[in-house]
Write a protein that binds this ligand. Structure first.
Ligand SMILES: Cc1cc2nc3c(=O)[nH]c(=O)nc-3n(C[C@H](O)[C@H](O)[C@H](O)COP(=O)(O)OP(=O)(O)OC[C@H]3O[C@@H](n4cnc5c(N)ncnc54)[C@H](O)[C@@H]3O)c2cc1C
Length: 333
């Protein structure tokens, strides 16, 4: 399947942007006269220079993958404020986006001192076990309760009331049970959290809209360091679970309570270090202590925005290349 759009931008600028993003994420791309081809887990992006701009054509095996690919592209273009009025060729106006799924709450339990585990049931959950680690919970604005996103004439997603008025926090799929048709995710309970409050009153049978999955894990480096706080624990658990036996390194997890410590199965040789918040305990300090090998290495850091920025700067100053680092802001203080 394919969809295409002509971006009203300088082709040179557009191509450079794609190349920069590809290098940052260690994605494979092939340069051709007047364009490039970029391979992604969901499909392929083909960018070609035209007289009036840069043409992007996206290819994927099915409707879902094509939509996820288009969303990722739209997101990057919006971030860079490029060609905001773009029109995609494949449109199905009025229908729900293929990555929107309605689920029902099966349970919501305080499984660890700092976490609720929410179990959702529904159809079409399989993709959350393979196509990406994360998803968004969707909370419409008060003025548009009961209304959900749909595909517009442009081929893009339309959000009733405007996307900026929706609360769309990101969570990590902890596990999917395909036989039962359930998906589990863990919510770190913190003061003032809208999702924390939501969990405290959540009842079996409640309808929950989720959108995803997204956010892939992309490295084949042998040595890996994973550093994350409470919100990143579920992602670290998922990554450890999927790492091959030849991977080695360390995962450092900062928790709020010693009781949050849990078994994290892995076939790899990555050891797990648990830290409990307290005086002088900080993930950036832990990063400083790491003995990072010279090559075949990858450092992943996720947590509060300002710490993530410090970690990114530190890793760059230590000489790690962009593709050897992933520093992700999971929340903002
Ligand atoms: C890719 C990704 C995956 C994530 N996976 C998970 C996950 O699996 N489990 C999980 O619990 N979180 C996860 N998060 C973090 C989660 O999305 C944020 O913490 C989010 O802000 C929670 O929304 P909220 O509605 O509870 O809080 P908001 O209503 O957005 O924020 C309310 C207040 O809470 C504060 N706040 C937000 N997060 C925290 C925190 N961690 N500690 C202290 N104060 C905080 C804010 O500063 C704000 O003042 C993930 C984030 C990303 C980007």
């Amino acid at each position: 399947m394919q969809t295409t759009t002509l971006l009203d931008v300088s082709p040179v600028l557009g191509l450079q942007l794609i190349k920069d993003r590809a290098l940052e994420r260690s994605l494979l791309f092939e340069e051709r006269a007047g364009g490039l081809i970029l391979d992604l887990p969901f499909g392929q992006i083909c960018a070609t220079e035209e007289k009036s701009g840069l043409r992007l054509t996206l290819y994927a095996d099915d409707q879902m993958k094509l939509h996820l690919l288009q969303e990722a592209v739209d997101h990057r273009l919006d971030e860079a404020a490029l060609a905001p009025q773009r029109q995609w060729s494949l449109t199905r106006p009025g229908i729900a986006p293929p990555n929107l799924t309605f689920t029902t709450v099966e349970s919501c339990d305080r499984i660890y001192p700092s976490y609720y585990r929410v179990r959702l049931s529904g159809l079409a959950l399989e993709r959350f076990s393979r196509d990406g680690l994360h998803f968004r919970l969707l909370f419409p604005p008060e003025s548009h309760l009961g209304q959900w996103p749909f595909l517009a004439e442009s081929g893009r997603v339309e959000w009733p009331g405007g996307i900026s008025h929706w609360h769309r926090p990101v969570y990590t799929t902890r596990s999917v049970d395909l036989e039962r048709g359930t998906l589990d995710f863990d919510v770190f309970a913190h003061d003032g959290g809208r999702v924390t409050n939501w969990c405290s009153t959540l009842r079996q049978g409640a309808e929950v809209a989720i959108m995803g999955p997204g956010g892939e894990w992309l490295t084949s480096a042998r040595w890996i360091a994973l550093l994350g706080d409470e919100t990143a624990l579920p992602a670290i658990a998922r990554v450890l679970q999927d790492l091959p036996p030849e991977s080695e390194g360390i995962a450092t997890i900062l928790t709020s309570d010693a009781g949050d410590k849990q078994e994290l199965p892995t076939k790899s040789n990555v050891s797990v270090q648990w830290l409990v918040r307290g005086d002088g305990i900080c993930l950036v300090q832990e990063l400083k202590r790491l003995r990072i090998p010279d090559k075949d290495r990858f450092v992943w850091f996720a947590g509060e925005r300002s710490e993530v920025n410090q970690a990114r700067e530190m890793l760059v100053s230590l000489g790690l290349r962009k593709e050897e680092v992933r520093a992700a802001s999971y929340w903002t203080r």
